[in-house]
Each structure stands twice: as C-alpha cells, then as structure tokens.
Design a protein around this ligand. Structure first.
Ligand SMILES: Cc1cc2nc3c(=O)[nH]c(=O)nc-3n(C[C@H](O)[C@H](O)[C@H](O)COP(=O)(O)OP(=O)(O)OC[C@H]3O[C@@H](n4cnc5c(N)ncnc54)[C@H](O)[C@@H]3O)c2cc1C
Length: 394
C-alpha cells in the first residue's frame, strides 16, 4: 500500500467488511472447517433430519460454542462480531449447523453472561463452552409472535419452583443439555410475571417431545418440550423473578443479528455454487456465464448479498461498540432474510432443471432460507420494531 493510502486508511474509519487480521484468520479457519468437516455430510444430514453427532464435539474443540464467553469461564473471550462471522461461515456450508452455533452463542451464552449470578456462571458457562449444547425456549403452541401471552406456569414450592406447560419449536431440543425456559409466576400480571429458568435436561418432570419434520434446516432439531411438574431450584432463576420479559426481548434483539448472519452465509454459499455452475454449464455452444442475462442475475444476487452483509456487520459492530442497535438489528434480519430468499431462488434458476433436484445443492439453500423470515420474530414483527423506532410507540 502506498504511504498516501496508508495515511488515508488511518484517517477514515474502514469499510464495514474490512476485517482485522484476527477476524480474517478466524473467518478462514471456520470456513475451512465447515468445508472439510461439515461439507461432506450436508446431504445426508438433510435427508436423515439429524446432525451427525461427531460434529458437535468438533464445534466445541475449535472454540465455536463459547465465542464470547470470558476465558475465565473456559470460553474464547472474543466479540459478538466473531460469533457473527462463525455463524456466517458455517451457514455458507450448512444452515442447520449454523443455527446450532447461533443459538448457543447469541441467545444462550449471551443471556447467561448478562443475567446469571456468579454462581450460575461458574456452574454453567464452562460446560456451555466445552461440551453442553444450550436451547432457548420461549415459544408455545398458542404464543409465538405474541410471546408474552405464554402460559407455562411456575409455582413456588419452598426452595424450588414447579413448572408445568408445553414449549414448541425449540431449536437444539435433541442435542441440548441446558434449556432457558420462560414461564410465568403470575399469570394475572401479564408480561411482568414472566421469569427465565435454567433447566437441565435431567431435571425431574422435564421431557423433550416430538421432533418437527420441516421444509428446511432439516438437520437442526426443532422439538416440543414438556414440563410436567418439573422441579427447578430457586437458585436456577436467571435474572430476577418477573424480569424474564426483559431477558427475552434483549437477547432476541441480539439473536436477530445472528439470524442475519445465517442468512448471508447461506446466500453466499448458494451464490458460490451458482457461479461455479454458470462457468461449467454449456448451452448454445458456450458456457452460460457468457450470457449477459446470467451475468446480470449473478450481479444482482451479489449486490443483494453485499447490502445484507453490510446491514448485518453494521448491527454487530454497533452491538460490540455499545451503541444502540435495536432498529439496525431488525433491519438486518428483515433484509437479509428477504435477500437470501431472492438469491437462493435465483440460483435454482441458474441451475435450470438440475436446480430443482436434490442431486444439486441449490434447492436445499432455498428451503433453508425460508426460516429466516419466521423465527426470532417474523418479518412483520421486524417491520413493527423498525416502524416503532421511527414513529414512536403512540
Ligand atoms: C424451525 C423453527 C425453529 C424455532 N426455534 C425456536 C426456538 O429455539 N425457541 C423459541 O422460543 N421459538 C422458536 N421458534 C418459534 C418461532 O420463533 C415462532 O414460530 C415465530 O415467532 C412465529 O410465531 P408463530 O409460529 O406462533 O406464528 P404467529 O405468531 O401465529 O404468526 C402467524 C402470522 O401472523 C403474523 N402476525 C402475528 N402477530 C402480528 C402482528 N402483531 N402484526 C402483524 N403480523 C402479525 C406473523 O407475522 C405471521 O405471519 C422456532 C420456529 C421454527 C419454525
């Protein structure tokens, strides 16, 4: 770089996609891991609706399950942005593994780091960073978008609480050893009754129920959870009683950036396949990449993806910098899930008829993209958040 350029680079803040050396190394390490270890198993896992069990210890080994967890608790003590890079790189290869890493870092670890007592942190964070998958259970059969209408009940009984109810759609249900479960200690108090509990898989009265058979992210487990007079020590309340709504809202605000990362990762993976295919497939005596129509489709996809990536990276950098990011996170999830759907759909068309078959990767990326508009707040809920930020609540 010339001296003038070096001086300019120091004077002006760099582009959002400019990574530090540490970030670059981490991104490349995760990308290579995903290609080598996850890549060969993607179709099988999608077909069999299950994550290959041997992959999970590997995710722990390379430090992807406790990215922000401080080193004193056995984690990597890194940034939220690094978690975003990890989710992006994993999702580039497989969005199911991507969401496993995402829920662990942006929801479960995140909630514990912010609201757990020192004793809870010492008990759970080292496990979450070394061998225990976490899950985050807010939704119920009758309350999704309207999450605070939940009906799982927690009744105090001496030094413990007894939880009864049913959670639905819980990611990592099959693999998790620790569940953050939201229940109400006072149904009459509305959202002010909601309380977060740390529930271990083997607590009496807790059971993982039916696994959903889904359109996309099929290897990622999505289960119902059954709480039948489940006994949870009072010491396992996360944060304060009646303040669970705050934990849910604030962790989901951050989690949304992780879903944005999942969406840009899978759109990137899909586009890379599309470009490769366009350079190989012959029609009318030349490779289809020579047709301007195909070139423009690829250019449009790349532009969509770049815009989505900028929104996601910006929201993550704002969060790491301690700046407000509520609206930016909602925009990142809204736009990146839209963009991922557009890109993955276009790539199917670049593949022609082959794109419509399971022999090629294009259709899976498209199926996987659909979830981005649904979980951690539907697109309508993101629009609501953005509108409220602009117009105020009244
Ligand atoms: C694969 C998968 C994994 C999931 N993982 C988890 C998890 O780990 N933990 C967890 O707690 N939950 C999880 N969920 C649940 C997910 O967050 C909910 O499905 C989602 O929030 C939507 O809730 P719902 O399904 O009840 O839809 P509803 O809330 O019934 O919404 C139905 C439709 O009505 C619209 N709508 C509702 N209210 C409004 C409104 N006020 N204004 C405008 N439109 C509105 C919605 O946008 C949507 O289009 C998961 C879901 C899936 C499918």
């Amino acid at each position: 770089m010339s001296t003038d350029l070096q001086a300019a680079a120091q004077r002006y803040p760099s582009g959002l996609t400019i990574l530090s050396e540490e970030e670059k190394m981490f991104r490349d390490m995760v990308g290579k891991f995903a290609e080598k270890e996850i890549g060969p198993l993607v179709s099988k896992m999608d077909r069999e609706m299950a994550i290959e069990p041997s992959l999970i210890p590997k995710l722990f080994e390379i430090g992807l399950m406790g990215i922000e967890v401080p080193e004193t608790y056995g984690g990597s003590g890194s940034s939220f942005f690094m978690a975003v890079l990890a989710v992006e790189q994993i999702s580039r290869v497989d969005a199911s593994l991507g969401v496993l890493v995402d829920v662990q870092n942006t929801l479960v670890n995140n909630a514990l780091m912010r609201w757990a007592t020192e004793e809870q942190k010492k008990r759970y964070l080292p496990r979450l960073a070394s061998d225990t998958v976490g899950a985050y259970a807010l939704s119920e059969p009758d309350s999704g978008s309207d999450a605070f209408a939940l009906s799982t009940r927690a009744v105090q009984d001496g030094e413990q609480y007894r939880l009864t109810g049913r959670k639905l759609w819980i990611t990592n249900g099959e693999e998790a050893g620790l569940f953050i479960i939201f229940a109400t200690i006072n149904p009459g108090a509305g959202y002010r009754g909601i309380t977060a509990f740390l529930v271990e898989r083997d607590f009496p009265g807790f059971r993982v129920g039916k696994k959903e058979d889904k359109l996309g992210i099929r290897a990622s487990s999505t289960n119902e959870l059954i709480l039948d007079d489940c006994q949870v020590p009072q010491a396992n309340i996360l944060g304060e009683p009646g303040k669970g709504y705050k934990i849910a809202m604030e962790t989901l605000n951050e989690g949304r950036i992780g879903i944005g990362a999942q969406m840009i990762g899978l759109a990137q993976g899909s586009l890379e396949h599309g470009i490769r295919y366009a350079k190989e497939r012959q029609a009318f005596g030349q490779v289809i990449a020579k047709f301007q129509a195909i070139q423009f489709q690829i250019a449009r996809c790349a532009t969509d993806l770049e815009a989505a990536r900028l929104l996601v990276y910006n929201a993550a950098r704002l969060r790491d910098g301690g700046h407000p990011f509520l609206m930016e996170a909602a925009m990142a999830k809204l736009f990146s899930s839209d963009a991922a759907e557009r890109v993955t759909s276009q790539v199917i068309e670049i593949y022609g008829g082959y794109g419509y078959t399971k022999d090629f990767p294009a259709e899976k990326y498209w199926r996987d993209a659909k979830i981005g508009k649904i979980y951690e707040g539907t697109s309508n809920m993101q629009l609501g958040t953005i509108a409220k930020s602009l117009l105020g609540k009244d």
